[in-house]
Design a protein around this ligand. Sequence first.
Ligand code: NI
Ligand code: MN
Length: 227
Amino acid sequence: MVKVTWLGHACFTLDDGTHRIIIDPFLTGNPVAKTKPEEVRVDAVLVTHGHGDHLGDAVAIAKQCDAPIIAPFELAKYCEKQGAKIHPMHIGGSHGFAFGKVKLTIAHHGSAFVGEEAEYTGNPCGFLVTMAGKTIYHAGDTGIFSDMKLIGELTPIDLALLPIGDNFTMGPEDARIAAGFLKTKQVIPMHYNTFELIAQDGDAFVQSLPEGCRGTVLQVGVTFVLE
Ligand code: NI
Ligand code: MN
């Protein structure tokens, strides 16, 4: 059993009762987030790419929890320079941690951290996280790609967290097709309704999912129990 809690945008915590991790912790400056970064207690911080709405509070949370940031190599090294503990990985690679297994997938997107100056943080990724016998795919920010079929073939997916906001990532129509490519049993939409530009109808999206794939619209702060 894994408790999957949506903290808004692309940020989720995964908790199996023993270990808890956070993915893409964009809390400060996130207009829909209800959780403060100081409240977060996790064993690891996973970050898909360097954009501010994903890297977010990752360094602060990693430091306060004495937890590693797990990210693509260049992004991990960027976080190390800010004083965080890191575990660098890269696309196609997997590693077993105390909380479970992580494998990095491709994602078609950008990744530079764009502050006052842009800082190169490598390629963006998605994550396959296997905890307590369940595999969760966090797609990161990406357009649809046909290798999603391969991802689902190599690793049966219990739950896919898919962006549906359009403009910067897949929109709902492509995310529906992506769910079919992945052959995932369940889907939770993400990366929408944070800002006006990525407003979408989550209910209409989950109703459009292919047969045999169940969708759940989460409200921010609500936990979905993956059994
Ligand atoms: Ni992005
Ligand atoms: Mn984004």
